[in-house]
Design a protein around this ligand. Structure first.
Ligand SMILES: Cc1cc2nc3c(=O)[nH]c(=O)nc-3n(C[C@H](O)[C@H](O)[C@H](O)COP(=O)(O)O)c2cc1C
Length: 158
């Protein structure tokens, strides 16, 4: 049985999750993300096993989780509608090396850099349990949600 009836019409924040391994960088648009513990603080992001980003997050120690402003549809299209198998997304956006060398987008509302302390096979996604190591709130409020980007054709089949 699927979950379509239960989740139909729901709205929730969208994230861009980025990481680096050696000289390689990758990142994708993610809807499956949430805080899962208060003390200790823990955040979970789930990466599709089909994605280019998946191979990197299996080995990378750190990832950056970005919240986007409502006007950042172009960033959502880049990270959700293109795949690193075909394009280097980091040639099409401004970014800087952050803590532990993880690529951090210059333009976003908030960013969390997390240490990957556990990985869980959740089905067709891998859950990354993150311990926060840095966070920053920038100009503007996070506002990009699932309902605003649902139309994007994913760069990778789920
Ligand atoms: C609305 C929407 C929600 C998505 N949610 C997730 C998600 O939670 N986890 C994930 O790994 N991919 C998710 N994707 C798919 C990836 O962002 C997309 O396939 C991307 O192109 C993969 O890039 P990559 O192959 O470079 O990693 C979502 C895509 C869209 C449009």
């Amino acid at each position: 049985m699927d979950l379509d009836e239960f989740v139909d019409g729901l709205d929730y924040p969208m994230y861009v999750v980025t990481t680096a391994l050696g000289d390689e960088r990758s990142g994708c648009l993610v809807g499956f993300g949430t805080q899962v513990s208060i003390d200790p603080a823990r955040f979970l992001v789930c990466i599709s096993q089909a994605n280019h980003t998946h191979a990197l997050v299996l080995e990378a120690d750190h990832v950056a989780v970005h919240l986007l402003r409502a006007d950042q549809h172009d960033v959502a299209e880049l990270f959700g509608g293109e795949t690193g198998d075909d394009v280097d997304k980091f040639e099409h956006c401004a970014w800087s090396p952050g803590p532990q060398g993880v690529p951090v987008l210059d333009d976003c509302a908030r960013v969390l850099v997390g240490h990957v302390i556990e990985r869980h096979d959740l089905g067709d996604h891998t859950g990354l349990l993150l311990e926060p190591v840095a966070q920053e709130a920038r100009e503007g409020e996070p506002g990009l949600t699932f309902q605003q980007v649902e139309h994007i054709d994913p760069g990778h089949d789920a």
